[in-house]
Design a protein around this ligand. Structure first.
Ligand code: DOR
Ligand code: ZN
Ligand code: ZN
Length: 421
């Protein structure tokens, strides 16, 4: 069980260097110049060799919504997007709120055998916000975090208990921050463009209040917390200030929040509908700054595949969500590295190392003795995003036709090639 990657440019934590990688038994056994071995060889000349990308926020839809996506199609999409490891949210049917569903997902992962999949357990039974699910049993079965993503836990005392239990089991609470009463049916950001279109808006405050609440709980209890998909400039500010006080808060954002503004909703294209909504220029700028200075630790996709019928309806009725796992690397490279916001090493910190650290997962860097989860990309390859070519069942993207740089050419998991163009 050997594999040799020759002549690539390796992206390490603080530099890039030309070297070969020898993989033996799923581990990187040697990094160096002119490595030779009698085994299958991948020619990476002219390409960059990255630590396998890790996406800690994905919706795979199985069990229950296999018309939108299933574990097999989602895994195919993930490896095509360069992801060697992903974490899936529990808003399935049944909800992943017990060890049986956690085990089911892990079994399906073994059958499909493409990327690694880590289930996230629900905070409350049925994500109903009322009764706590059994965190200990889910963790024992393999859940790596808890979240009621898709919904906010509105009851602050339940959230308190969830954070305390999670901390006791040494896993994190991933918070979808949305004051549902304040959202009051809003479908886009509340501002000039919601007025212009007549679409019902949702205030930044609906997100910020819950970010502040969850940080207040984490600070009072002295436990860690992770804030999902930050979309507001003010949310970035709340997190930055909490970090400066030493609160154990980490946070994520998604490509749509650092690339788009709500000008795009004036098309009424329901592929722009996502929760939280894309906001305004000052939010986009602050999210970008937050990624640059590390206030926002990582970039996730919030891959939320939907069927055509869920999106081909009027804006108010359409499902929230963007199918993002096959576009995330190229969009992030094009809009953050090409523009000089991050170095390629910096991007890998946010798309591989940080998620591994936040959730205590294997991987995140290329090193001798480390796991052989590796993504090879062609950064010079310029192309137009074509959702028709997605392997995901969800073709719902606002980025169709966007011109990007950076094509995933090979994805290696535990030393085995799982995707190759
Ligand atoms: O846009 C979203 N889609 N936001 C969420 O929080 C849930 C997700 C989904 O499950 O479709
Ligand atoms: Zn969410
Ligand atoms: Zn989500």
């Amino acid at each position: 069980m050997k594999l040799l990657i020759k002549n690539g440019t390796l992206v390490l934590a603080d530099c890039e260097k030309k070297a070969d990688i020898l993989i033996e038994n799923g581990k990187i056994s040697k990094i160096g110049k002119d490595v030779t071995a009698d085994c299958k060889t991948v020619d990476a000349s002219g390409k960059h060799v990255l630590p396998g990308l890790i996406d800690m926020h994905v919706h795979l839809r199985e069990p229950g919504f296999e018309g939108k996506e299933d574990i097999e199609s989602g895994s195919k999409a993930a490896v095509a997007g360069g992801f060697t490891q992903i974490c899936c949210m529990p808003n399935t049917d049944p909800v992943c709120d017990n060890a049986v569903v956690v085990n089911y997902i892990k079994n399906r992962q073994r059958e499909v055998n493409l990327c690694k999949i880590n289930p996230i357990g629900a905070i409350t039974k049925g994500e109903n916000g009322a009764a706590m699910s059994d965190i200990g049993k889910m963790k024992k079965a393999g859940a790596v975090a808890i979240s009621d993503d898709g919904k906010s836990v509105m009851d602050s005392n339940i959230m308190r208990l969830a954070m305390e239990y999670a901390s006791g089991f040494d896993i994190k609470c991933l918070c979808h921050c949305e004051d549902i009463n304040l959202v009051d049916g809003g479908v886009v950001n509340e501002g000039y463009n919601s007025t212009l279109t007549g679409l019902k808006g949702s205030l930044r405050a609906a997100e910020d209040i819950m970010i502040a609440r969850d940080i207040a709980l984490a600070e009072s209890l002295n436990v860690p917390v992770h804030i999902c998909h930050v979309s507001t400039y003010s949310g970035v500010e709340i997190i930055r200030s909490a970090k400066s006080r030493g609160v154990k808060v980490t946070a994520e954002t998604c490509p749509h929040y650092f690339i788009l503004t709500d000008d795009i909703i004036t098309t009424f294209d329901t592929n722009t509908k996502v929760n939280p909504p894309v906001r305004e220029q000052k939010d986009r700028a602050a999210i970008t700054e937050g990624i640059k200075d590390g206030t926002l630790d990582c970039i996730v996709t919030d891959h939320a595949p939907h069927a055509l019928k869920d999106k081909q309806v009027e804006y108010n009725l359409a499902a929230f969500g963007i199918s993002g796992i096959e576009t995330s690397f190229a969009l992030s490279y094009t809009y953050l590295v090409k523009t000089g916001v991050l170095t390629l090493s910096g991007l890998m910190q946010r798309m591989s190392k940080a998620p591994a650290e936040i959730l205590n997962l294997d991987g995140g860097e290329l090193k001798e003795g480390g796991v052989a989860d590796i993504t090879i990309v062609d950064l010079n390859k310029k192309y137009k995003i074509d959702s028709g070519k997605f392997l995901s069942k969800g073709k719902n993207t606002p980025f169709n036709g966007f011109e990007v740089f950076g094509k995933v050419v090979c994805t290696i998991v535990d030393g085995e090639i799982k995707y190759e163009v």
